[in-house]
Design a protein around this ligand. Structure first.
Ligand SMILES: N[C@@H](CCC(=O)N[C@@H](CS)C(=O)NCC(=O)O)C(=O)O
Length: 197
């Protein structure tokens, strides 16, 4: 049996919950407080104390993108994971750029707009985010509807969590049209609706 240590508001946990719904996999959920300090028994499981953690028997997965790859491979879902080295490289590139390039810029704005009131843009963080979003958008398929084209993949699961708050951010509405298209397609997806309910 799988266990996901998560929190309803954790965007990294949402990524994994969307995939669990897509795979229709039963999974126990244990809620971890989003505000610290994290309980000692949780830090014993996840050395950084971050959310989520996926446990599958003796396996403890402490990175959400690894959980996405693991679950898709565990279930033999080459459609979700990519069937060839080239397809997997494309998907992994979208996952890595999302976490490494986009997430810090997103958080800089979400911190105010989603979690703390009005955005303070004196230091240009909205403009910086728009720049990152414009660059990331170029990585997405031009026609869609999904991140890599006609097939729904774990890259879309990752976007489901990471870009969940996009529409709440004070951005130029013309910014990142491909990403907005993926998010609109996700809104129609039952697994996304359940995972974010
Ligand atoms: N690289 C980790 C990041 C996990 C992460 O930052 N989780 C957030 C919740 S969405 C968290 O625990 N934030 C609180 C903290 O950093 O203490 C992953 O993708 O799983």
């Amino acid at each position: 049996m799988l266990t996901l240590y998560d929190h309803p508001g954790s965007t990294n946990a949402i990524k994994v919950r969307v995939l669990l719904e897509e795979l229709a996999l039963p999974c126990d959920r244990v809620e971890v407080p989003l505000d610290g300090p994290r309980p000692a028994d949780y830090v014993a499981l996840h050395p950084f104390g971050l959310i989520p953690t996926l446990v599958d028997g003796p396996l403890v997965v402490t990175e959400s993108n690894v959980a996405l790859r693991y679950l898709a491979e565990r279930e033999g879902r080459t459609d979700l994971r990519g069937a060839t080295p080239a397809e997997r490289a494309r998907i992994d590139g979208l996952l890595d750029s999302l976490s490494l390039e986009l997430r810090p810029a997103l958080w800089g704005v979400e911190e105010f707009a989603v979690h703390g009131g009005a955005v303070d843009d004196e230091d240009g963080r909205v403009a910086a985010l728009e720049g990152k979003l414009t660059a990331y958008d170029r990585l997405l398929d031009a026609d869609g509807p999904w991140a890599t084209g006609v097939t729904f993949t774990i890259a879309d699961c990752a976007l489901a969590g990471r870009a969940l708050h996009l529409s709440k951010l004070p951005l130029d509405p013309a910014c990142a049209p491909r990403l907005r298209r993926v998010m609109a397609a996700l809104e129609e997806r039952p697994g996304f609706r359940t995972a974010t309910a």
